[in-house]
Design a protein around this ligand. Structure first.
Ligand code: PLP
Length: 269
């Protein structure tokens, strides 16, 4: 008897737009791994090339904004993706182009407003940062920020859960649909704060787990990608946030120590 392949399930694709970190720890290479692990078809466009090999960003070269737009349009037309996850937005031009693409194609946006690399080095210039806040934040279905990003974007101190709530409310007031302030860098137990439309706050208690010593980079990219994939697959925001946190815990416990760098890599099959 001829064995028939099962008809393929309709594929859900998610597009990641962000920087290319050639060491693979963060940026769109990390996004691709996390999107794939979360069960969606991963697509990626580079907003910038970066010079880095695990110890901070030494230089950034933005990709021409019109070429960025052509790549996104080509992928959206071919794959019909409805969700985009945006990380590094290097210039005001890139922010404007991405905002237009979100509007033109009705894309659901998850914004991970990375400003500086965890290992040091700016990823976004001052004009890019202003444009990110003015153009992309108000279009975002969800904004994911760590404590430092929350403090900078909301212009307040964020060292505890009260500060996280204050920052989340300010980002909601600035136009974000929902906000997740990630508490991985809190002094005490890690608690993520989910702030939904209308200001409803949910605290999501996490677990600290042992990873390799020293700073890892790419956890924010992995979190936002896993979150976007779960949302694209139809999960609620609280469920997607829990899945994304579990994904990052699994990555940290399986992280590889490469010469000179601590890199998040998917565990071997
Ligand atoms: N995007 C790029 C291209 C980066 O190089 C980095 C950090 O090095 C990030 C994003 C942010 O990484 P993290 O997930 O550690 O916040």
């Amino acid at each position: 008897m001829v064995e028939r392949a099962r008809p393929p399930a309709p594929a859900v694709s998610v597009l990641a737009a962000g920087g290319l970190d050639p060491s693979g720890g963060a940026g769109i290479l990390a996004d691709l791994r996390s999107l794939e692990a979360a069960g969606v078809v991963p697509l990626a466009v580079a907003t910038a090339l970066t010079l880095q090999s695990g110890r901070g960003v030494a230089a950034v070269r933005p990709v021409a904004a019109d070429f960025l737009a052509r790549q996104v349009e080509d992928l959206v037309a071919a794959f019909g993706c409805r969700w985009i996850k945006v990380g590094q937005v290097p210039t005001a031009r890139a922010a404007a182009v991405l905002a237009r693409l979100v509007d033109d194609h009705g894309l659901a946006l998850v914004l991970d407003p990375v400003l500086a690399a965890s290992g040091g080095g700016r990823l976004v210039g001052p004009a890019g940062e202003r444009a990110l806040v003015a153009r992309l934040l108000p279009r975002a279905r969800v904004v994911t920020v760590n404590l430092a990003e929350a403090a900078r974007l909301a212009r307040c101190r964020v060292g505890d859960t009260a500060g996280m709530e204050k920052a989340a409310r300010r980002l909601l007031d600035a136009g974000a649909g929902s906000v997740i302030v990630k508490g991985g860098h809190l002094a005490g137990p890690p608690i993520d704060l989910l702030c939904e439309p209308g200001g409803r706050m949910t605290r999501l208690a996490g677990r600290r787990i042992a990873g390799p010593r020293g700073a890892l980079h790419g956890t924010g990219c992995a979190y936002a990608s896993a979150l976007t994939a779960a949302l694209a697959l139809g999960e609620t925001l609280p469920a997607a946030a829990r899945d994304a946190a579990a994904h990052v815990r699994a990555l940290i416990s399986g992280a590889l120590l490469l010469p000179g760098a601590r890199v998040l890599r998917a565990p071997r099959l």
